[in-house]
Structures are given as C-alpha cells and as structure tokens.
Design a protein around this ligand. Structure first.
Ligand SMILES: Nc1ncnc2c1ncn2[C@@H]1O[C@H](COP(=O)(O)OP(=O)(O)OP(=O)(O)O)[C@@H](O)[C@H]1O
Length: 686
C-alpha cells in the first residue's frame, strides 16, 4: 500500500492573504477590549471618588455594619464649619472645641471635635488615637454616639474627630445648664437613665473585647433631638484584655495611601479623603497625666497632735479631704485656673477637736486618716503614675488657689472679714510684716486663727450646758466610710464627736454665708461656679482616668480599670439625674444647703433616715415615686466602696426594666431598724 506523503507543498498565495485579513481583526478586538476595560476602570474610579466626596450623607444612611471610619480633608471640615467660627460652636471640653458642621452636598450636619494638639501636650493626641482605635469595636449600638470620621495631617497638628450630631448636646448642658423643660418630665429622665444603663451594658456585655468607658459623666452623655441618650467620648476608654492589665499601650496606625504621592496639605485632595483606618493594639494605653489636665481632688495634711486645739496653728491643722470640681477651662487644655474652676464643696478634718485629737498621736494620726479616709486623695497621689506630678504640687496648687479665691471674695475694705475678734489688729500687723508669705500660708493662718477663736467660744458654751453641735456634723460623713453614717444613727453618743468637716465649717460658716449670699444661681457652686462659662460644655477636667467626683475610688491613680469603675460612675450620674444637680455643689442658700453639698453623702444620709425621695429634683413633674426610689437605690448599690458588691450593668438594666426584683439598699444605708422601701413589685402577680 502506498504510504501517505505529508503535504510539503509551499503555502499558497491565498493563505498569506488570509493572515493579512485576520491581523486587523485581532488588533481591533484587543483595542476594543482595552477600551472597555478603561471605561470600566474609569467608571469604578469615578464611583469610588464620588462616594468619598459625599461621605457625610452616605455614612449616616449606612447601616452600622457597613460603617467605616472615613478620613475628611481639613478644608472640607473648615468649609463645613464656616472656618471653625464661634457661631458654629457646640461646646468645648478639656481637649478642644466641638463645632457643628454643615455639608452642602448631603444637607447633613455633623459634630466636629477639634482636638487641641498644641506643642508639648499629648493628651489630646492620645484621646484622638484612642477614640479611633475603639471606633471599630463600637459598631452596632444605637446607644453609642457614632464616630463617623476623622481628619489629621501628617504632623498630627490638626486632629479632628467627626461624630454624628446630637441635637440636644450633652446631658450636663441640657439638665444642669439649660435646664430643658423636656427633662423636667420624670418619664424622660427615667428613660435617659435606662438608655445610659443599656449603653454601658452594651460596652460591658456585648462588645468583644469588653470596653470600659472610664469617664462616664453627664458631659459624655449626649442627647439627640428626642432626648434619647447615647454614650460619647471614648478618649479615656480601654479594651479589657490581658494587655490592659499588664498596662500595655494601644496604638493606632493610620495607613496613608497617599504617602507616595505629594498630597498638598489642606487642598481638599480626594486621595486624602480615601484613606482608611487600621487599628493595631500594641502597647499599653496609659494616659499620662500632665499638670494641665489633672483633676484636683484631694488635699491631705497631717492631723493635729493632741491637745493642740487651743493653739491650733496652720501647721497642725489637718485638712483631710478637699474636693474641687473644676469647671470649664476657657480654652482647650487650659490649666484649671482659679478663674475656671468651680469649687463646690470643701470638707476638711481637724485632728483638733478635743475628742478626736486625744485619740491620735501625731505619728499615728496620719496613718489612721490615710488608711480609712483618703481614698479620694489616693486618686491623685498614687506614686509617679500621674505623669510625673508630685502630690505636693497638686496640694500646693489647690492651697494657693483656695487662698486666691478667698482673697478675691473678701471685700477689700472689709478688714473684719476674718479677724473680727480681739486679735484682728495683731493679725493685720502680722500680715504687713510678712508680706512675702505665699497665699496658701496666709489663708491657712487666718482660718486657723478664726477656727481657734470659734472653738474657744463653743467650749465656753458647752460648759454652760448649751449644745452647740450643728446639724451639719451629722450630715458630713465621709463617702468612703459608710459605716460611719450608720453609726451616727445607731449610736447617738458618737454624734457628739467632732467630725472632719468641723473645723472647716466652723472656720468658714459666717463667711460662707456672706459669700453665698451674693450668688443667686441655683446651680452655682460655692465660690467660683459663677466663673463657669455657659458654653454648653460645662464639665470637669478629666483626670488620668475619669473625672473627679465620678471616678471610682479603686480606679484612680493607675489602679486597674474594671467594669465596676463604670458602674460606680453610673451611680453618681444616676444621683445627678434624679436630683438635677451636680455631685458637689453648695447653692446660694443658707447653711442648711451646705449639708447637702455632697450629693453622695446626702443620698446615704437620706437612705439611713428612710427619706430617699427628698433627693428628687423639685422641678420634676409626673414623678413616679417607686421609680425614683429604685433609681436612688441602684445608685447607692453602685456607689459601694467594694467593687465586688456593686451590681453589673446587666443586673442594673434588669432592675431598671423591672425584669428582676427591686433591689434592697446595702445594709449600712438601710434605715434602722431595716425596713422595706415603698417598691411596688413590677412583676405581674400570677
Ligand atoms: N456629637 C455631639 N453632638 C452635639 N454636641 C456635642 C457632641 N459632642 C460634644 N458635644 C458638645 O460639646 C461639648 C464638649 O464635648 P467634649 O467631649 O469635647 O468635652 P466634655 O466631655 O464636655 O469634657 P471633657 O473633655 O472634660 O471630657 C459637650 O459638652 C457637648 O455639649
């Protein structure tokens, strides 16, 4: 069979012609494909850019799951806030001003917090990064103010946080400053209490990892147009983790996509706005406290030695607790100066009372005071963990400040202010002699002289059988020593003991009256609440963790932050909400008001006397008495010194919602003999 030969004939002319025909087709095809791809790419790019340009409205309408923290350009925010003009200011806190930003594109308004990052101070920057790092954990709760975006330049000079706008600003502002009519309705207040409790419950029980807010207070509770409460300001918040306990830091990295490119600062560049945030937890998040931002809480000095009463001198005069609530600083991060601080109450201890002094030796007295009563002090005094502030400097600052405040209040022409006794002339001579005395020295001396004089008078009266014990004494017990509250009631003989406020009140009473007489604002504090600016941002200057009056005893000064710290702060907040006043406040009324100055003490005292409802704000209408008692009882449970005894936020929510039985007061606050409270069981009878 003949084999088949391969066709090795040369290509014909028609084949070459065919190839020439297909080449243009291939070229045309690939060109078309490239074109289509280019068009697709352009469309995608356009969409992406357009979405970023219209970020504000998009962000708001998005469900929390789709939420992503965006980067805004500085110029965009500047335009939206009318160059950060005063007219757009919503308020200010310790670390910057908050502005209302109107975005023309979406017609939406947002709140823009410009962190003060002035040279040499890191606190604002730390808060900024802390908030950003936590934002991703806070997705999904309608009870947390949403952080929608941020703006920062490479050098970290312009740090801005963008939040959803809360139309009624902070609870502090609405309740204590503006005294909004809506909040005079009990149901609204109870609703707010429940909202806040649920918000904290979300942080403690629904977030993974758990978040501890660390600064629960009225200025960090924001109210929307319907007065629904949300929790804001996570600048001091922490995630609960192993790292937290070991004190490691949390750090945030902002991935800058445009690093390669020359993004001109402040040009509203689109690329600048498309950067995303990546959070990385690396080191401990220890917020160092600088003198500028520390909240002064306590001043302690040694107790007097026995037998010093008659000759009580400034040196042996013991001031055990002095609590100062700082008001709004005039600008971001300014030092809480005398002008900007609101002293609300001062409690002090003199080892000078005959009874008390005789029990204490000079050496032991300090120990005794320290071990039992100076937990406030410890907040400020816990070693060097306060960013290098020495306790002494805080003390000195407070002393000087009080001195200057008193000096300010004293009329120049009234030389009798303190020295209305026999020794007035000698004191004034002494003052002339000693012109170089520091303010804190002169006021201490003058008070102690006045004190000694009054004590002498009282002793004379006592001898004559006239009881001179003021009712104030029974009111001003220490917060950290609840048992003493009870003791006062159980053991009437103990009432005769001079307590810690004595020397201060004795020394000041007359002068306080005159000072207070000048101020009529129901809301104003003892001396310088008048100086608190009505900006809507009245708040306390934050201390390292939390704020004076609101921070739990165990959390201050570098103590381990736990959920129970938030529970404690919630307790104070609840009392503020029910009573409609600040935790420390002396109003413009006579001395009868002074005994109520310390809200926590007062609440405990009322509980012991079975008169809890006296705490309720008189301006409230439609009061549900059992709910009010429930709130105060929960607050007192939260304020127990032992964190273990405080309820969890879950339990609190259950109590507030009626899902669990109403709680009983802690034993030490229950009236003697223990009696039930007028709760109606919320559980339906079966
Ligand atoms: N999202 C917001 N919407 C509306 N107003 C706001 C918003 N955030 C803050 N504000 C207002 O700005 C004020 C200042 O808030 P900011 O969080 O800066 O400080 P603060 O919590 O009052 O004080 P501190 O810095 O001492 O904690 C608030 O009291 C509130 O009135």
């Amino acid at each position: 069979m003949p084999s088949r030969q391969p066709d090795i004939s040369p290509p014909s002319v028609s084949d070459g012609h065919h190839r020439f025909q297909t080449l243009p087709l291939i070229l045309a095809g690939s060109l078309t494909l490239t074109g289509v791809l280019l068009i697709l790419f352009t469309i995608l790019l356009y969409q992406k850019l357009y979405r970023n340009r219209t970020a504000p409205s998009d962000l708001i309408s998005k469900s929390p799951q789709h939420y992503q923290c965006r980067r805004f350009s500085y110029s965009q925010l500047r335009r939206a806030t009318n160059s950060f003009s005063e007219s757009t200011q919503l308020g200010h806190g310790g670390f910057g001003y908050v502005y209302k930003a109107d975005f023309p594109t979406g017609g939406d308004s947002l709140a823009v917090k410009v962190m003060d990052s002035s040279a040499g101070s890191l606190q604002g920057e730390r808060e900024f990064h802390n908030e950003l790092s936590l934002a991703s954990h806070l997705i999904g709760s309608p009870r947390v103010v949403s952080l929608l975006g941020f703006s920062s330049d490479r050098r970290g000079r312009r740090l801005i946080l963008v939040y959803e706008l809360m139309a009624n600003r902070s609870l502090q502002d609405a309740l204590l400053d503006r005294k909004c009519e809506e909040l005079m309705d009990w149901n609204k207040r109870f609703e707010i209490a429940t909202d806040i409790a649920k918000g904290i419950e979300f942080l403690h029980h629904c977030c993974d990892p758990i978040i501890i807010h660390g600064d629960i207070k009225p200025s960090n509770i924001l109210l929307d147009s319907d007065f629904k409460a949300k929790i804001g300001d996570f600048g001091l918040a922490r995630v609960k983790s192993e790292d937290l306990v070991s004190g490691n830091d949390t750090r945030i990295l902002i991935e800058e996509e445009d690093k390669r490119k020359d993004v001109v600062e402040d040009n509203g560049s689109i690329l600048e706005e498309t950067e995303s945030v990546i959070t990385v937890f690396e080191e401990g998040n220890v917020v160092n406290l600088s003198p500028e931002n520390c909240g002064i809480s306590v001043v302690t000095e040694t107790a007097a030695s026995p037998g010093t009463t008659p000759g009580l001198s400034p040196e042996n005069c013991a001031m055990s607790v002095l609590t100062v609530e700082a008001g709004v600083s005039p600008g971001p991060r300014s030092i809480p100066s005398p002008e900007t601080c609101a002293i609300s109450v001062l409690t002090a201890e003199a080892g000078a009372s005959p009874g008390a002094a005789s029990e204490l030796s000079p050496g032991s007295s300090k120990l005794k005071v320290g071990s039992k009563r100076d937990w406030w002090w410890k907040q400020d005094n816990n070693g060097g963990s306060r960013g290098g502030i020495e306790s002494g400097s805080v003390k000195d600052y407070v002393m000087e400040w009080i001195g200057s405040e008193i000096k300010k209040e004293r009329p120049d022409n009234n030389k009798e202010w303190i020295n209305n006794g026999d020794d007035s002339s000698s004191v004034s001579k002494k003052k002339k002699k000693d012109k170089k005395r520091k303010p804190r020295e002169w006021w201490k001396e003058e008070f102690c002289e006045e004190l000694t004089r009054k004590k002498r008078k009282k002793r004379k009266k006592k001898k004559r059988g006239i009881s001179s014990i003021s009712s104030i004494e029974s009111w001003f017990h220490k917060d950290d020593d609840p048992s003493s509250v009870h003791d006062h009631n159980l053991n009437p003989t103990k009432r005769k003991k001079r307590n810690s406020i004595d020397w201060w009140v004795d020394g000041l009473s007359g002068d306080l009256k005159s000072v207070m007489g000048k101020k009529n604002s129901q809301d104003s504090g003892l001396w310088c609440d008048v100086n608190v600016q009505k900006s809507g941002g009245v708040s306390s200057t934050p201390s390292m963790r939390g704020t004076v009056c609101y921070i739990a005893p165990e959390c201050g000064g570098g103590g381990v932050l736990s959920e129970k710290c938030d529970v404690y702060s919630f307790g104070v907040l609840l009392l503020v909400l029910v009573s409609g006043r600040r935790p420390l406040q002396v109003t413009a009324s006579p001395m009868s008001e002074f005994e109520r100055a310390n809200l926590i003490s007062w609440a405990k005292q009322l509980a012991c006397n079975g008169k809890l409802l006296e705490l309720v704000d008189k301006s409230i209408h439609s009061l549900e008495k059992d709910q009010a008692v429930l709130c105060i009882t929960i607050a007192l449970l939260c304020l127990q010194r032992s964190p273990v005894k405080r309820p969890t936020m879950k339990e609190i929510v259950q109590m507030l919602s009626g899902a669990s039985e109403p709680p009983h007061l802690p034993f030490e606050f229950s009236p003697s003999p223990p009696m039930g409270f007028p709760f109606k069981s919320r559980k339906k009878a079966r």
